[in-house]
Design a binder for this molecule. Sequence first.
Ligand SMILES: Cc1cc2nc3c(=O)[nH]c(=O)nc-3n(C[C@H](O)[C@H](O)[C@H](O)COP(=O)(O)O)c2cc1C
Length: 164
Amino acid sequence: MTISLDQFRTGMQQLAAGVSVITTEHDGDRAGLTATAVCSLSAAPPRLLVSINRAGYTFGLIAASRKICVNILNAEQADLATQFATPAPNGAEDRFAMGEWREEVTGAPVLADAVVSFDCRVAWIVDTGSHGIVIADIVHSASKPELAPLLYARGKFAQLTEFA
Ligand SMILES: Cc1cc2nc3c(=O)[nH]c(=O)nc-3n(C[C@H](O)[C@H](O)[C@H](O)COP(=O)(O)O)c2cc1C
């Protein structure tokens, strides 16, 4: 017995979440996607996980590069989140036209105005079905705590009124 894809998606949309853009770089090619399936995993060593669709372009590049940057978006970056969730038939490089990008330790693209950026080396990738769990060790971080985080729930971007 199981539930339908629609029931799963509608149910998971009730889980309000922060929004990140997960980036990578391999042999000069950049890719990235919008993700809410990001979770703290271990404090010592500092480690996180991201669940990424194995059928997408970005997953393939992460599997090759073994590096990611988790850029947690600020409340003004809903347009950027939409850009990184839009199909990119000419390759994911087009998505980087928006935003200011730099590199830190691994070479994965770091977003200048993210609330937090975690530059990571991929330790394991666990295949779990349509998505793979990317488990990554954080090697560098940058933060702008004065910025409010972007949220997503019920198909809409939002922000906490406490931070508005
Ligand atoms: C708010 C939001 C959250 C998303 N979260 C995830 C996620 O956690 N994992 C994932 O694989 N895709 C997620 N997506 C979908 C991808 O961003 C989207 O399918 C993207 O175009 C995939 O890019 P790719 O083809 O380069 O892999 C999300 C989309 C949105 C709008």
